[in-house]
Design a protein around this ligand. Structure first.
Ligand SMILES: [Zn+2]
Length: 227
């Protein structure tokens, strides 16, 4: 069985606190020898043009929305329905995603300041728990996530949560699957994954506030090098 190497948490420049243009993402994926990525944005889906650009250049691109519900963030993958209806009801969001053959991931469930408020409510319902998120300040948060996933027999993924290019590939997931998207999502759902990561102080997490503050200027400066 083939194994593919996927960074399961990469933001694009469309997120308010990210500067990852498609061109930067492609460059870093090649440098880190990643087969693919899960492309995400905060409360929206990444643009179709970004997905197409990266796929045309040979990358496997899963896409989704890291959506903030009243209890915390839930990642939905492979669907395109309007998630905003489900802000108040994370359980319905999970159900709806399942109905549409999508995948739900509980990202950084124990990360201080961005933890999920009622993990017991959703742990049996989500498909996947993010066992390692490279932006967690304390490794205890990741250990707890892995422990919980094992206890409740959930599939696990690892991702960099990259908001700047240098972060891409710090953590990634090995998936025992072929490169077809359907196949890959099914393998992840079944837990045919292995987590790979380097433990680093997530200094780039500090970049979020300045990026947010200067976003219009940054976007203007990067407009010519998106692709
Ligand atoms: Zn994220």
């Amino acid at each position: 069985m083939k194994t593919v190497k996927i960074d399961m948490h990469v933001h694009t420049i469309m997120s308010f606190d990210s500067v990852n243009t498609p061109k930067f993402i492609l460059h870093m994926c090649r440098r880190k020898k990643l087969d693919g990525i899960l492309l995400l944005d905060h409360n929206k889906y990444p643009p179709e043009s970004f997905i197409k650009y990266l796929r045309r250049r040979g990358l496997i691109v899963l896409f989704g929305n890291e959506f903030k519900t009243v209890l915390g963030e839930i990642i939905v993958v492979g669907t395109k329905f309007n998630v905003h209806w489900f802000r108040e009801s994370p359980l319905e969001l999970i159900e709806k995603t399942r109905d549409e053959n999508g995948l739900t991931i509980l990202p950084h469930p124990f990360s201080r300041g961005r933890n999920f408020k009622d993990i017991n409510l959703v742990i049996r319902r989500v498909d996947v728990v993010e066992g390692f998120n490279a932006r967690c300040f304390s490794q205890r948060e990741n250990l707890r996530a892995m422990e919980y996933a094992r206890r409740y027999n959930r599939a696990m993924t690892a991702g960099s949560d990259a908001h700047v290019p240098f972060e891409i590939g710090i953590a990634y997931t090995l998936v025992a699957a072929e490169s077809e998207i359907e196949d890959l999502m099914e393998a992840i759902r079944k837990g045919k994954t292995a987590l790979r990561f380097k433990i680093k102080v997530p200094i780039w997490r500090m970049s979020s506030a300045p990026i947010k503050a200067f976003k219009p200027l940054i976007s203007y400066m990067l407009r010519g090098v998106l692709f």
